[in-house]
Design a protein around this ligand. Structure first.
Ligand SMILES: Nc1ncnc2c1ncn2[C@@H]1O[C@H](COP(=O)(O)OP(=O)(O)O)[C@@H](O)[C@H]1O
Ligand SMILES: [Mg+2]
Length: 687
């Protein structure tokens, strides 16, 4: 047996699994097919203390093989106890497993494995993200969750690490519980806890000394109340869960400052649920965390049907965010570098020094060659990291990803149109209807799609606007800097009175005439050109900075050239002393404004999600009531379906519209990516 101290890493296991003929003892797994990455390596799903591999055994069955990356004392005894505890429960959430103490051979030593049935499932977070608008599905899941916790309580067991990573939703939409490493069972009391659970789901008071049947109370309240809140208001997901966060709606920080609870205080139907969270979060000892008991809370079904209260005028006192024009201007401005000018100049200077030193290198190699080599090397050493640090590079990468996903969405939409399969973003396919019966569910689906089409469209626009905000922010920073520079130049040009400057080729009579019409100083000139001919004589055309045009009689071609050269020279001189960066307070103000806009867009997104969910629920309720009424009337199936009040869109029309929207989104994303064509190393250096 291997020493208990050092366990193989995920990549050690992946290496061993390249040869399933020799690494496993188990007859099903031996010689099995491991799921691999595109590079042909066994694909490891890595959790905290283990890596899970998917293996199709010789018997054709797919197994999950969990390989441990740390030693857990008494692991075999623990699994035996858990197995015995679960054996008496006949529940749908359990996963069959077989602990094998010497299951896998890695570099000459045997290590334990857990052989499990493979569950084709989705993690809880991605599942929720896909089903936010399906409050019915979330309600079913919440019921499953409460039943599961009750099953564990009844059996005197506790899971110990209830959290999104250990809750998966299978193809049938049923909740499954995995990862029994840290479970509590009475027979294990003397062995103590094996882990502390996920920080975002556990009371800050929990320690390794806490090991009893109350281990799950805190996390169970947290998860269950989060699911109830999401049934009522899916917009909370956008408000409380940032992308990539390891939590549902609340995490460790919220337990500590508890502000979110006051933010939710406007949902009276949740007062008991929120009070339970408050008690959990403010408990002074773990024993004060109340036992998980969902009976006192509104049930998922009650929330779904708005029983006892009216869900339609969103019970939460949320103010509609101010409408933001989401239709962005069609023209996307080309992006240029906003910083790093100093390093570009330095690199160019070093490169020029290197080139100038080349003749010296031929004549005086001892001095010349090191100078050439060092200056060129230094130029490269400065240029490459400075270029890579430019924020526009990351923005370009994001734009490339956005285009990629827009393209995938377009392919998927085209495929849906071709095959007639509905969009996965929409409600699940209609349930099979009795032969000859009204296809109520698909009618319902079509009505939902029609009624929510506008909200869906707005939601897509808001999402797009959020993605573009980054670029808008960079554009605003650039424009603000240009404005500051222009103000500086104007300040420098104001004292340069034209009549007092000697302008070769321009008669003082003409400059006096210019002064009379208002062109007094260099700051009054925007551009100078030869204007339309007046008879035989040429006239100069001066446009001031506000765009006002002045025809100057007698200002001929030579005069125009002289005035232009003088003006340009002064502008260039003034630009040399102009600020090259924005004052930090201006940067801060722009960033703050963009952040506010981001928050408003997110609030708008949440509001739209809410609207879609409310409308969907209202339609479902109406349809259910209608079906019930028809059944009671006794001839539902024979009654001709009522003619639709408005022409409904067919599934094909919807698919066609989706494809058009996807094509438009792709064109837009391509335009955005195009605007980054100037973000290149040579452009960075030669500014
Ligand atoms: N039986 C299974 N079927 C399918 N996927 C599984 C199974 N067991 C684990 N997984 C996947 O592997 C991941 C890690 O497994 P888990 O047992 O939670 O490991 P850890 O103890 O490291 O958290 C899970 O989040 C899940 O995605
Ligand atoms: Mg886990």
């Amino acid at each position: 047996m291997a020493s208990p101290k050092k366990y193989p890493s995920s990549s050690d296991y992946a290496e061993a699994l390249q040869n399933t003929g020799s690494c496993f003892r188990d007859k099903d797994l031996r010689g099995g097919d491991v799921q691999t990455t595109p590079l042909g390596m066994p694909r490891a799903i890595s959790g905290n203390f283990a890596s899970v591999f998917s293996v199709v055994g010789g018997n054709g069955k797919r197994y999950a093989v969990k390989c441990f990356t740390r030693h857990v004392p008494d692991q075999q005894v623990r699994y035996e106890a858990v197995s015995a505890g679960l054996a008496d429960l006949n529940t749908s959430w359990q996963i069959g497993f077989d602990y094998q103490q010497s299951g896998i051979l890695v570099r000459g030593s045997w290590y334990p494995i857990l052989k499990m049935e493979w569950i084709e499932a989705s993690g809880l977070i991605p599942w929720l993200e896909r089903n936010l608008e399906q409050s019915g599905a979330i309600a079913d899941l919440a019921l499953d969750f409460a039943d599961m916790v009750n099953d564990l309580q009844d059996a005197g067991l506790a899971h110990g690490d209830l959290q999104h990573g250990n809750l998966i939703v299978d193809r049938a939409g049923r909740l499954r519980l995995i990862d029994y490493d840290g479970m509590f069972s009475k027979s294990l009391i003397e062995h103590g806890a094996a882990e502390m659970g996920h920080i975002n789901y556990q009371s800050p008071l929990r320690t390794m000394n806490d090991y009893d049947d109350k281990l799950d109370d805190f996390s169970a309240w947290l998860i269950y109340v989060s699911l109830l809140l999401l049934i009522e208001d899916p917009g909370l997901w956008t408000e409380f869960h940032a992308e990539g966060e390891e939590k549902l709606l609340f995490g460790r920080e919220d337990f500590e400052d508890r502000q979110v609870l006051s933010a939710l205080a406007g949902m009276p139907q949740f007062s008991t649920a929120l009070a339970a969270l408050e008690t959990c979060w403010s408990a002074r000892a773990l024993s004060f965390v109340p036992e998980f008991e969902p009976a006192g809370l509104p049930s998922p079904d009650e929330i779904l049907t708005g029983g006892g209260y009216d869900p339609l005028p969103s019970a939460r006192t949320v103010q509609d965010p101010p409408a933001i024009p989401t239709g962005r201007p069609q023209q996307v401005r080309p992006v240029t570098f906003s910083g790093g000018l100093g390093s570009s100049r330095l690199c160019l200077a070093l490169a020029v020094l290197g080139l100038l030193a080349m003749p010296v290198a031929v004549l005086l190699p001892v001095v010349g060659i090191p100078v050439v080599a060092l200056s060129l090397l230094a130029a490269v050493a400065i240029a490459v990291p400075a270029y890579r640090a430019q924020p526009e590079l990351a923005d370009r990468q994001r734009a490339a990803y956005a285009l990629q996903s827009a393209r995938e969405e377009r392919f998927a939409a085209a495929e849906r149109l071709r095959t007639g399969r509905p969009s996965p973003h929409r409600a699940p396919p209609a349930a099979a209807t009795p032969a000859g019966g009204t296809p109520g569910a698909s009618r319902e689906q079509i009505e939902i799609e029609r009624v929510t089409a506008q909200a869906q469209e707005e939601k897509a626009q808001v999402t797009q606007a959020l993605a573009e905000l980054q670029q808008t922010e960079a554009g605003r920073l650039r424009e603000a800097l240009e404005a500051v520079q222009e103000a500086h130049v104007v300040q420098q040009l104001k004292p340069l009175v034209i009549t007092r400057s000697i302008l070769w080729g321009i008669h003082p009579r003409i400059t006096r005439h210019m002064a009379q019409v208002g062109i007094v100083t260099a700051a009054d000139i925007g551009s100078v050109t030869v204007g339309p001919a007046a008879g035989k004589r040429k006239v100069g055309l001066i446009v001031d900075r506000r765009g006002q045009r002045y025809l100057i009689d007698g200002l001929d071609g030579a005069g125009v050239q002289a005035l232009k050269a003088w003006h340009r020279g002064e502008v260039n001189k003034a630009m040399k002393t102009a600020p090259s960066t924005l004052p930090p307070e201006d940067v801060e103000a722009i960033r703050k404004a963009a952040e506010q806009e981001r928050q408003q867009l997110k609030a708008q997104q949440a509001q739209l999600l809410r609207r879609i969910s409310i409308e969907t629920r209202a339609i479902k309720k109406r349809q259910q009531a209608e079906q019930l009424r028809m059944r009671h009337a006794g001839g539902g199936a024979r009654r001709p379906p009522a003619p639709p009040r408005q022409p409904e869109k067919t599934a094909r029309q919807i698919a066609q519209e989706e494809l058009e929207a996807a094509e438009q989104a792709e064109r837009r994303a391509a335009q955005v990516l195009d605007s980054y064509s100037g973000i290149r190393l040579d452009r960075f250096l030669l500014r």
